[in-house]
Design a protein around this ligand. Structure first.
Ligand code: S3P
Length: 174
């Protein structure tokens, strides 16, 4: 069974995913990094060349491929839940953990994260904090429908989040 971290940008998927993979001694796969390695382009330049629609197609193909692996920790890009087929594919061998955080905390985290320039192009013409609020409102249902388990990461340490995921995944697989 894979553990798949889903949720909006800046909710802690990569940080928690890396720690979790170390603790469980499983490989860690980040879908955005995987896309960048197979296309040889940054997420930002894929958006510039092919638009969001083009990116979503590449993302769906990548998720279909990654859904075939087993026993990994996978961090899925924030928009993966927008296509039902992605969620269906990931669920075949995955336990989906939704990470959430307040818009203000997300804004703070992503504006301090060096990954943001290359991997997080603007998705609307709104100011950053408004964009976060707007997209979370639009995606809320898709996130909660996809989730097998949800953790709010706003005020919890990464260590505690990792422990919680391990506990719940153990219960799930026994
Ligand atoms: C996106 C989130 C990003 C990346 C792309 C689109 C989104 O991933 O896939 O910029 O639509 O929310 P992270 O959630 O890993 O930042």
């Amino acid at each position: 069974m894979n553990i798949v971290l889903i949720g909006f940008r800046g909710t802690g998927k990569s940080t928690v995913g890396k720690l979790l993979s170390k603790r469980l001694e499983r490989d860690f796969i980040d879908s955005d990094q995987y896309i960048e390695s197979i296309t040889g382009k940054t997420i930002k330049s894929i958006f510039e060349d092919d638009g969001e629609e083009g990116f979503r197609k590449i993302e769906a193909d990548t998720i279909a491929e990654l859904s075939k692996v087993d026993n990994k920790v996978i961090s899925a890009g924030g928009g993966v839940v927008l296509k039902e087929e992605n969620v269906r594919n990931l669920k075949e061998k995955g336990f989906l953990v939704l990470l959430e955080a307040t818009p203000e905390i997300i804004y703070k985290r992503i504006s301090q994260d060096e990954k943001t320039t290359q991997q997080r192009p603007s998705l609307t013409d709104k100011t950053p904090l408004d964009e976060i609020r707007h997209l979370i409102a639009i995606r809320e249902h898709a996130y909660s429908n996809a989730a097998d388990y949800t953790i709010n990461t706003s005020y919890v340490s990464c260590e505690d989040i990792v422990n919680e995921i391990i506990t719940v995944e153990n219960k799930q697989s026994n």
